[in-house]
Design a protein around this ligand. Structure first.
Ligand SMILES: [Zn+2]
Length: 61
């Protein structure tokens, strides 16, 4: 698989996940803090799963 195919596959997976969140009524809800993701951010990145605050915070597990 070349880089372009890999990127297309990853993007498809993101869109699939976004569609699943719409079906579950969780679209636009941050997966980290449960807050609403700003609509401006969703316009830029419709598949965003974190709000701006959580996305800009270093990931901690
Ligand atoms: Zn958040």
């Amino acid at each position: 698989m070349d880089g372009l195919q890999r990127e297309a596959t990853a993007r498809l997976a993101e869109v699939d996940a976004a569609v699943a969140r719409v079906a579950e009524g969780r679209y636009g809800i941050c997966e980290s803090c449960g807050g609403r993701i700003a609509s401006g951010r969703l316009e830029v990145r419709p598949t965003a799963t974190f709000c701006v605050t959580c996305a800009s915070r270093p990931v901690r597990r």
